[in-house]
Design a protein around this ligand. Structure first.
Ligand code: GLY
Length: 421
């Protein structure tokens, strides 16, 4: 089959890496791809959000299957557009991707179907929002309704911070249209767990649990990032807890989306908090998380293409999905300054040596015409190691990453060794 993956980060490198092992894949393409993906697939110079361009290219080049990985093209309806052009595609349609693209939609869905989550109110008017904030305990969480590059969630410890967040979004246009509507919700406490699940509209198969580390600095300090590392499985997520989440959260969510006429086909991301009252949903995403995808897919022992095809055809219950009895750690090597301003174009050395003990997924890299791999983004690499125990996987990821260098290289020292909350 001729397969195109849409996207160009660490998640897409992990998807391309897993798909390249499928005997059914004859030709593999990625748009736009990156310096690491270029070693496994042919990169296509199109933006991941260029719906018309991707559909035209996939059609002209007779793609058999397109995997749409990032949130923006899903929210823009890329899967709908591909299918309308007769090209089979993996990922939720636009009316299902809204579970991530609108926080107010997902909160309303959870309220209606009794899926546990934090209490909240939705606002478009500043004065009403400020009155509500003043009546609630601190800390309090203010979320932009729409997609905001992972930056649209503010945890306000003081009333002044909460007022500033409300005003920035509703008056200041901080996140553009994404912040014209906001969700204000109660602050929850407890360990965080991510569960990614394959869905075919009716059936749902959870992958091994994982834990992301979103803050930039050690000890879960500093600004939020796209993710500085991930481990799988998440410590503390027991079989009993998995069963409870399946009954109270996962299956009700898939059933709710189907009942609303929005059957979810793709990967549903459950961002969970294990609160003292039980597991609750922090957020849904309509896609593989990144870097979670790198850690979790490293444990897959089945043909990814077969699973993705089954998600589209509604036959997930007929696929045998196996996982390694092991643990993994993805350590992100970032450009100093990220998630703020950072330099680009720095040569990277030590990749081959690191690749002997870990899989080095590329996120922000490009290959120069001379074949040199240089930095091009905030998150540069995801050094991902698999071992029998989580402790060994963490140690191996750090040891493998130690020999990789580039100017202003930065990573956290405590991935997998702290429990973000
Ligand atoms: N790692 C968080 C996300 O992918 O949204």
């Amino acid at each position: 089959m001729k397969v195109l993956v849409v996207g160009g980060g660490g998640r897409e490198h992990a998807l391309v890496w897993a798909l390249s092992k499928s005997p059914k894949v004859n030709e593999l393409y990625c748009a736009p791809g990156n310096g690491g993906i270029a070693q496994l697939a042919t990169c296509v110079d199109l933006k991941a959000t260029d719906v018309d361009g991707i559909v035209a290219w996939a059609s002209a080049n007779a793609m058999d299957f397109v995997v749409v990985a990032p949130d923006d093209p899903l929210a823009l309806g890329m899967v709908d557009a591909l299918e309308a052009a007769g090209i089979p595609a993996f990922g939720p349609r636009r009316n299902a991707a809204v579970i991530e693209a609108s926080k107010s939609f997902s909160k309303q869905l959870m309220a209606q179907y009794h899926i546990p989550t934090a209490a909240c109110q939705v606002f478009t008017e500043r004065d009403a929002a400020l009155d509500y904030v003043r009546s609630q305990p601190l800390p309090i969480v203010i979320k932009a309704d729409g997609l905001a590059l992972g930056k649209g969630v503010i945890i306000a410890d003081t009333l002044a911070e909460a007022v500033e967040a409300v005003e920035d979004m509703l008056d200041g246009g901080k996140f553009g249209d994404a912040g014209r509507k906001i969700v204000i919700e109660a602050y929850m406490t407890g360990p965080e767990v991510t569960v990614l699940a394959f869905c075919d509209g009716t059936h749902l198969v959870p992958m091994p649990s994982s834990r992301d580390h979103k803050r930039a600095l050690n000890g879960d300090q500093g600004p939020n990032t796209g993710g500085m590392g991930a481990i799988s499985p998440a410590p503390g997520y027991t079989g009993q807890m998995a069963g409870r989440c399946m009954r109270e959260i996962f299956l009700p969510t898939v059933a709710a989306m189907a009942a609303e006429g929005r059957p979810f086909q793709g990967v549903l991301y459950f961002g969970l908090m294990l609160t003292p009252e039980g597991p609750k949903v922090v957020e849904y995403n309509a896609r593989f998380g990144d870097p979670e995808c790198q850690a979790v897919l490293s444990l897959l022992d089945s043909d990814l293409l077969e699973i993705l095809l089954a998600c589209r055809s509604g036959t997930l219950d007929q696929v045998d999905i196996r996982w390694k009895d092991a643990a993994s750690c993805c350590l992100v090597l970032a450009s100093g300054g990220y998630p703020g301003a950072y330099g680009k174009g720095y040569p990277i050395s030590g990749l081959e040596e690191a690749g002997r003990t870990a899989t080095v997924f590329h996120a922000g890299t490009v290959q120069t015409p001379e074949g040199e791999v240089v930095t091009s983004g905030g998150r540069v690499l995801g050094v991902t190691a698999v071992a029998g125990t989580l402790e060994e996987a963490i140690d191996r990821a750090y040891q493998s990453a130690a020999g990789i260098s580039f100017t202003n290289r930065y990573c956290r020292d405590d991935i997998g060794r702290t429990s973000p909350n």
